[in-house]
Design a protein around this ligand. Sequence first.
Ligand SMILES: [Fe+2]
Length: 398
Amino acid sequence: MTFAYHPFAPMPPTHSWDLRKFVAPEFVFGFEARKLVGRYARNLGAARVFLVTDPGVLRAGWAEETVEALREERIEVTVFSGISPNPRDFEVMAGVEAYRRSDSDFIVTVGGGSAMDAAKGIGIVASNGGNILDYEGIDKVAVPMPPLLCIPTTCGTSADVSQFAIINNTGARVKIAIVSKALVPDASLIDPATLSTLSAATTAATGMDAMVHAIEAAVSNAAGPLTDVHAIQALRLLQTHLAAAVRSAEDMEARGGVMLASLEAGLAFSNASLGCVHALAHSLGGYLDLPHGECNALLLPQVVDFNFASAPERYSRVGEALGLDFRGLTEPQIRRRLCDHLLALRRELGIADGLQARGLGEKDIPILARKAINDPCNATNPRRPTVGDLETILRETL
Ligand SMILES: [Fe+2]
């Protein structure tokens, strides 16, 4: 199977040769990668595996297949599937109890962002004690997790390659970001075949999450040459494959292209970090329990409009990677064209209406903006927002 590759257009340089670190796990990408799980777990020293998944992935059969592959290697397996979308703090803590009871020494996770983030949360607390909410922020995880092997089954979150875990603080109704090199998995088996059971709506939402990862990484204050390459290539792949992948579950070339885009976007954002779309989406997702990718898709055009003047050249490269032709246009025209395109794209993918239709009211906006201003993703946004700016963006998204 072939994927469409394109030559790279130059990104405007970052600030001379600023120091940049690039962290990524070992990963295998391609059809049947998931079938290597037994070999990888054995080589990484697993004797008793704690397998974290969710009810939907169990129904699709991906978890059962993984359990069988591990047992063939004479590895004991305990399955934990008590995970909801937007994984809750108390679910992570229940997982820690189950992990300890099972006497496991290794974590495998099969699922989307919710299962993978929960698995990371379980690993953090299993090694460091306390409560998962104690680890909010950057570099708060002192002791490494148990070995972690990821098999992603969606095409957006990229928790399988990232330094991030996002957990829902149910008391405060906000999703917290835990960012640490300790959260990079030991290995990931990224198999586009797992997308064959993904609904159109989840393909659209997770694909848009990947798009926002790539865009926020491309314009991040912490971007560098190594993250630029992956961010721009992710956008080109999404431009080529996302709409077709949403239209048909049988189009495995398109779904594979989106899976590869998700991987590249993950490598970019894990190292360049994110921006205001994610800061607001974390606040919104915890408050209304909405799908993360959908929140991102809704907020993206308004945040691009807000940020554009702070990184016009980089946003122009983003637009070109998405297939737009800006020749002869002024900067304000480019900005309008890009925002209109992102709005049309999400509608084409079936993400219609705004936040009001999803239950958000004017009275919620100040609360959400105050929660979002504390999110670490704001730190790398090209324009530093105030609480008032975040309120305006939310109001425009109603
Ligand atoms: Fe995301």
